[in-house]
Ligand binder design. Structure first.
Ligand SMILES: [Zn+2]
Ligand SMILES: [Zn+2]
Length: 350
């Protein structure tokens, strides 16, 4: 099959028309790609991965983990899906049998399967989904493929974080720090739930998009941002979201909280922080703040989110900047160096 292959970290991706097709194990499905988003996590992997949590792929590899497509092959032990089904899948694919999968938390499976780490991802004509009965989700025809691409990573990550982990309630103040893909999705989802959302970003363009997606207030990132959030909310946000994962967003997000507020970590750390950030622990104790982690989302939680997309309450299509050909994926990654990209690029021609 045709694939955009990473042969060396940081090097241009190489188009290989003879990359091996995915092997379909007895419990797997092979998907023909309709669309695949280009995620900041791919950029991080392209830059050498996240060795501090063991996420470094073996090269050469094919990235791409937020995609949708059509099933073209299923293993003999797959019962719930067949050839021709239009599907989406989470990037974090569970085994279905470990302690965490059996309690419904397949997104934090003890033996997670991740595209680009464990098998070829979606920067290709085909990819596979491990343990298809556990991880595939039927995709309604009414949701266009560019919109569905982001449902495999940024959008579902934000949904799980806002709805399941931080349990945002109507009327609460939610401050979202950083308005990349996952941040904008968090803005959209929290507003759809009836929360009052403040978006914080350095970029006026991203703040304008955040308003379009439901933010009632916007604040320019900088040293005064926490004080502005505290003032707007009359005492601090009930929930603050770090949608970037760096110290520059985590700390102001913590300082923006109201007493007993919840801090949600949606972003992944970077090379500079290496997964370690100093945080104000006494403030956390004295004001009874909560720190909440969130990772991906399990397939079983998708139908509720898809219904909200179908009804128009959630607007993942608004977050798509441009659609590109597979050959352009490497250039898009290279353009992500300065966090200047607004909205996401989606590969729609393979
Ligand atoms: Zn498992
Ligand atoms: Zn991603």
């Amino acid at each position: 099959m045709k694939a955009a292959v990473m042969e060396a970290f940081g090097a241009p991706l190489k188009i290989d028309t003879h990359w091996p097709d995915p092997e379909c194990g007895p419990r797997d499905a092979v998907i023909e790609l309709e669309a695949c988003g280009i995620c900041r996590s791919d950029y991080t992997i392209w830059n050498g991965g996240m060795e501090w949590v063991g996420v470094v792929p073996t090269l050469p590899c094919v990235m791409g983990h937020e995609y949708c497509g059509t099933v073209v092959e299923v293993g003999r032990e797959v019962h719930g899906f067949q050839r021709g089904d239009r599907v989406v899948a989470p990037f974090c694919q569970g085994c279905g049998t470990c302690e965490f999968c059996r309690s419904g938390h397949q997104n934090v499976c003890a033996s997670l399967q991740l595209p680009s780490m464990h098998f070829s991802g979606g920067y290709a004509g085909l990819t596979k989904v491990a343990n298809a009965d556990v991880n595939l989700v039927p995709l309604p025809e009414s949701i266009p493929s560019e919109a569905a691409a982001g449902l495999g990573c940024r959008f579902m990550t934000a949904y799980h974080g806002i709805v399941d982990q931080a349990a945002v309630r109507p009327g609460e103040w939610v401050a979202v720090f950083a308005c990349g893909g996952v941040g904008l999705a968090a803005v959209n989802i929290a507003s759809a739930l009836g929360a009052h959302v403040i978006a914080v970003s350095r970029s006026d363009e991203k703040l304008a998009l955040a308003r379009k997606l439901g933010a009632s207030h916007t604040v320019t990132a900088g040293p005064d941002a926490p004080a502005e959030v505290v003032e707007i909310t009359g005492g601090g946000a009930h929930v603050s979201v770090d949608a970037l994962g760096a110290a520059e967003t985590a700390l102001p997000a913590l300082f923006s909280l109201r007493t007993r507020g919840r801090h949600l970590r949606l972003g992944v750390s970077n090379k500079k922080d290496q997964g370690q950030i100093s945080i104000p622990v006494d403030l956390i104790a004295f004001r009874e703040l909560s720190l909440i982690g969130s990772f991906g989302m399990q397939a079983a939680r998708y139908p509720e989110m898809l219904r909200m997309v179908e009804s128009g309450k959630l607007a993942p299509r608004e977050m798509v900047g441009d659609t590109v050909r597979l050959e352009q994926a490497g250039d898009v990654l290279a353009s992500m160096t300065g966090y200047e990209t607004v909205a996401m690029s989606v590969i729609t021609t393979f």
